[in-house]
Design a binder for this molecule. Structure first.
Ligand SMILES: [Zn+2]
Length: 481
């Protein structure tokens, strides 16, 4: 371990987790009327639709108090952004955070999430094929149905992190002298805590490989932040430990969280399987970003195991997920780290049935698995079935020119396009005659006569069927029983 230098002044007031207003005052303050997808989903009367993962995203309770160790010295930095915001300083100077208690689902944090700053001028990024970061899409003029809501600077899901990601890619591990220096180099250009946190997250993807050999042999040695930095190898605990150390040196409040993750080797329980006792096999982080505690998984964000081989593959889902989305695959030993107003139980978590099979295009086109309907992997024949898909957030474009034709392929090869609906997604209702069996798939039309089919209308697609060469890619699959 590095011996840590003396503690420089930190924030005047340690920022509490987002405080919640008392229930009785909830109507007096500014109107956090449920908006966008959350409200619309809440109003949907579809079979099987569960709690919307977006509904309660803003009511996160605080994680447990910080440990007692002296705060780590952040590197030299400008006055933290939070101190420069008089409104936040006022709010934060109130009493210390409440313990994690149940909050009303429709209450809102008294400390508003800070708006992410506009992008800095972007230098030419490294010529690196960075996967799948969100196009910031234009609104359409197609009429109300296809219009996304105004992009929101405070929405982490559609925030453009390309500058941050490019910056994080420019500090290869072998050039790094220390964890502290790395933390400073990665975060110094950014005022927003969210962007600082993102830079650390992205750096892990580029520089730390999953130690598949140790993991698969069960020969795991204790790792420190320094040992992971030196070796470039870690399992989840090493990623989370290095992230914590980097975050603390960068002046962020962060925790390492341990618990269960539905990762490699996980298979959903069958309906008659016994409930296994609670176990712990994973580690991740909880970080205060611009007034909001958030969860991130630097290990799963960096890559994935394919058999015994580690594939380095950036997965920003594990940076932008809401607490509820995150909690579908992570169960912290300390339930306050669920950051949910009403923590779920181990049984609810571990007994959650599988959803439909999801393919890569579904994620790269920014669709949200938690809102996919039908939610179960099996579909019964002999009735109407409604299929629905939604983007990751309500700001993402649903305009025709920014999208593909999405269609359902039935077991008899009948193809039905999904149409933009008034709930902010796409849907189609299809009748399946009794006795039909086989795969039902959600697809997108990728190419027509060899050209990218983005922007094609469903009518043009119908007209082209049988007349032009077309190819499509799978996004999700169900089995009809
Ligand atoms: Zn958004």
């Amino acid at each position: 371990m590095l011996s840590r230098p003396p503690v420089p002044p930190r924030r005047a007031v340690p920022p509490p987790p987002p405080a919640r207003r008392p229930a009785q005052s909830s109507e007096e303050e500014e109107a956090p009327t449920p908006r966008g997808i959350a409200a619309r989903i809440a109003n949907l009367q579809l079979d099987q639709i569960g709690r919307s993962p977006l509904q309660q995203a803003e009511t996160a309770p605080p994680p447990p108090p910080r440990r007692n160790a002296a705060p780590p010295p952040p590197p030299p930095r400008r006055a933290p952004a939070i101190e420069r915001d008089p409104e936040l300083v006022r709010l934060l100077s109130r009493k210390p955070p409440p313990p994690p208690v149940q909050a009303r689902a429709n209450s809102a944090p008294a400390v508003p999430a800070r708006r992410l700053p506009p992008r800095l001028p972007t230098p030419e990024p490294e010529p690196e094929p960075e996967p799948e970061y969100v196009e910031e899409e234009e609104q359409s003029d197609e009429g109300y149905q296809s219009q996304a809501e105004e992009p929101s600077d405070s929405c982490i899901k559609c925030h453009d992190f390309s500058f941050v990601d490019a910056h994080a890619a420019s500090f290869p591990r072998h050039t790094v002298s220390s964890v502290q220096q790395l933390a400073f180099d990665l975060t110094a250009p950014f005022d927003s805590e969210t962007e600082k946190a993102r830079a650390l997250f992205t750096w892990l993807h580029h520089n730390i490989a999953y130690d598949a050999v140790s993991f698969l042999s069960g020969n795991l040695k204790p790792a420190t932040a320094d040992s992971v930095l030196r070796s470039g190898l870690a399992v989840c605990d090493g990623y989370a430990g290095l992230y914590l150390s980097l975050a603390e040196y960068a002046g962020l409040q962060a925790h390492k969280v341990t618990g269960h993750g539905k990762g490699v080797g996980y298979a959903a329980l069958g309906p008659n399987d016994p409930v296994p006792s609670e176990s712990s096999n994973h580690a991740w982080n909880c970080v205060l970003m611009d007034g909001e505690w958030r969860l991130l998984d630097g290990c799963w964000g960096a890559g994935a195991l394919s058999g015994s081989q580690y594939i380095q593959r950036f997965d920003p889902i594990w940076f932008i997920s809401t607490a509820e989305e995150f909690g579908k695959r992570h169960f912290p030993t300390d339930t306050s780290y669920q950051l949910l107003p009403e923590p779920i139980s181990w049984e609810e978590y571990i007994c959650e049935p599988d959803g439909p099979t999801i393919f890569n295009d579904f994620h790269t086109l920014n669709f949200l698995k938690d809102l996919l309907q039908p939610a179960s992997p099996e579909i019964a024949s002999g009735g109407w079935v409604t299929f629905c898909i939604f983007k990751q957030c309500e700001h993402m474009s649903r305009a025709q020119e920014d999208n593909y034709v999405y269609f359902i392929n039935a077991p008899d090869d009948t193809k039905t396009p999904l149409e933009v609906n008034s709930e902010g997604g796409w849907s189609a209702s299809i009748y399946f005659p009794r006795g039909m069996r086989g795969d039902v798939s959600l697809n997108r039309v990728t190419l027509v006569n060899g050209e990218d089919a983005k922007g094609m209308s469903t009518q043009a697609w119908k007209n082209a069927i049988g007349r032009k060469s077309m190819s499509w890619g799978g996004m999700a699959r169900w089995t009809m029983i």
